[in-house]
Ligand binder design. Structure first.
Ligand SMILES: Nc1ncnc2c1ncn2[C@@H]1O[C@H](COP(=O)(O)OP(=O)(O)OP(=O)(O)O)[C@@H](O)[C@H]1O
Ligand SMILES: [Mg+2]
Length: 602
């Protein structure tokens, strides 16, 4: 992607109002640069006055003309030099302070936009289709939505602002030199353009190279480190740490290498232009001596050196800006690709926020539902037709991989059936699964969010005064009270404080408390009690049975003891219904189920 289209893409992420603010900020920078040019003009006047003063000759004719126009002929050369010098000092100080101030404002503005774009992108990612989200590399998404957006907004646009500002300064200074001496100006223009072109070509590949390497290795490092931390115990026990850290070590080394290269490449323009300055001054002197007298040649060389004193910082910054834009390219492209993918691909259409609250315990009707995962030959759920009556407790059982969790995901609206329909019927409405909110769900592998135990139970309930009765009964009925009693700050204990010390059963109980707190009309539990002891499991099952009055409940369980009292048990195998009935009926009519019951000695 060319620098131009990269900058164009970055700009397109700003709203039209923000784009205008950005352009205005660059214009301000342009106006500030004018003071630099005026100061440079004054230095030329001072130089000319000073050389004439030292030799004792009259000022040059163009100076006399200028003083005439400005009505300053009555002043002595000395006072003119001193007052011009004072103006130059003030202008340079003004320029430096205001450039720094305006750049600070531009960067602050871009940082704010960066946060907004990140927030918007995270919003779009999290509201994308679950089936798409599940396929993504989460570390890559995290990198794209944070560091990637930084590359695109602050990195590319910040460098672009700097580039335009320095480019305008360069053009203005060269224009001034054109007024002073045409040949010197042409020389400066050609000489520095050539340097800019060739050093640009030289640094382009290097900067794209370090940018791509930093981005790639940052993502892979995060991946390796996360998996290392997640499975540290297993890895330690095998004694094979070296195998797992080898990849991480390699990525960290490559990342540091690329960062080192980046620092070096950013320093390169300094050396290039230092060399260019001395060579340029020398060539110019030789060239001018040939064509003009020595003192005139010396004055022009002085003009060249003074002009270069202003031009070279601008050129160096321009080059560094281009290096940075190229360096930020890979990270930026990741954001552009992700945004394009989210906006174009139909399979990741944005979910409409769930808005419907079930008014009564629903009936759930499956009609010939079939669903296959991408690339799988056999459907995970195959022609599933079944009806759950309102207020029933239905258990889904079956061998591992038989499609139980997939069926739950379909019924919760995370996946859309390839064929067939699922509808929820309450007393007064018919609703599709993807529209229902306030569903209580305990997943097979619960996850805690940052915050306290309380935050994890109320889970985003932002009402001012939380109903403490509701909270306490959720804690009691999930068996979490005995856990909370042991914690230093009870329910307000921060998870950071207890971190990994939460046991599997405690984690499940927090997740169950979260589900019960919702007082939902539809409760779904996927292996929710697998880590609990028998008594605890029975207490929770008993409690669930009391909820049937208000809610429809679906339970997936391998431990059949927890579903003995279910109204209906559905036995799944290979995504198909093998048999249904209450526990005893199914045990009598389905040998596969009877065998599992016998194996479990229930
Ligand atoms: N995201 C996915 N992509 C591809 N295949 C998947 C995906 N999720 C599940 N599957 C496959 O679909 C089938 C059904 O999986 P599912 O998780 O529904 O089984 P399950 O009955 O819940 O098993 P378990 O009792 O082990 O939890 C399995 O063969 C599984 O490998
Ligand atoms: Mg499962």
């Amino acid at each position: 992607m060319s620098i131009f289209s990269l900058c164009q893409k970055s700009m397109s992420l700003l709203s039209s109002r923000h784009r205008k603010v950005f352009v205005l900020a660059i214009l301000t920078q342009f106006i500030i640069n004018l003071s630099d040019v005026v100061a440079l003009g004054l230095i030329t006047v001072i130089g000319s006055l000073a050389s004439n003063y030292i030799i004792g000759s009259d000022p040059d004719t163009w100076i006399i003309k200028l003083l005439d126009i400005l009505n300053l002929n009555d002043y002595s050369v000395k006072s003119l030099i001193i007052s011009s010098l004072s103006i130059v000092v003030v202008l340079f100080i003004f320029k430096s302070i205001f450039t720094s101030f305006s750049m600070h404002k531009i960067m602050k503005f871009l940082a704010k936009r960066q946060a907004e774009v990140s927030i918007e992108l995270i919003g779009r990612i999290t509201s994308s289709k679950y089936s798409w989200l599940k396929k993504q590399n989460s570390q890559k998404l995290v990198y794209t939505a944070t560091d990637g957006v930084h590359s695109l907004i602050t990195g590319v646009l910040g460098s672009l602002a700097s580039l335009i500002s320095d480019l305008t300064l360069f053009v203005m200074i060269v224009s001034i030199i054109f007024i002073i001496d045409f040949e010197t100006a042409i020389f400066i223009l050609v000489f520095f353009s050539l340097i800019l072109y060739f050093s640009g070509r030289f640094t382009q590949n290097l900067s794209m190279n370090f940018g791509a390497r930093i981005t790639k290795t940052s993502v892979t490092t995060r991946n390796s480190l996360t998996s290392l931390l997640n499975s540290v115990r297993e890895i330690t026990l095998t004694g094979n740490q070296k195998f797992f850290t080898k990849n991480l070590d390699l990525n960290l080394t490559l990342n540091s290498d690329a960062k080192g290269l980046s620092t070096w490449v950013q320093q390169l323009p300094k050396s290039i232009y230092e060399i260019a300055l001395v060579i340029g001054a020398f060539i110019l002197l030789l060239f001018q001596i040939k064509n003009k007298d020595f003192s005139e040649a010396l004055t022009l060389m002085l003009v060249f050196l003074v002009a270069s004193g202003r031009l070279i910082p601008a050129l160096m910054k321009m080059q560094t800006s281009v290096i940075l834009i190229r360096g930020y390219q890979t990270g930026s492209e990741m954001v552009i690709e992700l945004i394009d993918e989210i906006s174009k691909d139909q399979s990741i259409e944005i979910c409409i926020p769930r808005q419907i609250d079930l008014t009564s315990a629903p009936a759930v009707k499956f009609d010939s539902v079939t669903y296959s995962f991408e690339g799988q030959l056999v459907p995970a759920v195959n022609n599933f037709t079944f009806e759950i009556a309102p207020g029933q407790l239905v258990a889904l059982v079956g061998p591992t991989g038989s499609g139980k969790s997939t069926l739950l995901d379909l019924m919760l609206g995370f996946y859309k059936p390839d064929s067939g329909t699922i509808i929820f019927k309450t007393k007064d409405s018919i609703v599709r699964p993807e529209s229902i909110k306030n569903v209580a769900y305990v997943p097979q592998m619960p996850v805690l969010v940052a915050g306290t135990i309380r935050d994890n139970i109320i889970f985003g309930d932002i009402k001012e005064d939380i109903d403490s009765n509701k909270l306490n009964s959720a804690i009691k009925n999930s068996g979490l009270d005995s856990v909370i009693k042991k914690l230093p700050n009870g329910i307000n204990t921060l998870l950071d404080q207890i971190g990994n010390s939460i046991s599997g059963g405690e984690l499940q109980r927090i997740s169950i408390a979260r589900a019960l707190y919702l007082e939902s009309k539809f409760i779904v539990l996927d292996e929710a009690t697998s880590a609990l002891d028998g008594t605890m499991e029975k207490n929770i099952t008993d409690h669930l049975n009391t909820l049937k009055e208000f809610a429809t409940i679906v339970i997936v369980a391998h431990r059949l003891s927890s579903i003995k009292t279910a109204d209906t048990v559905v036995y799944l195998d290979g995504g198909k219904i093998e048999g249904t009935g209450n526990f005893l009926e199914l045990q009598n009519k389905l040998p596969n189920f009877a065998k599992v019951v016998a194996d479990m000695r229930i």
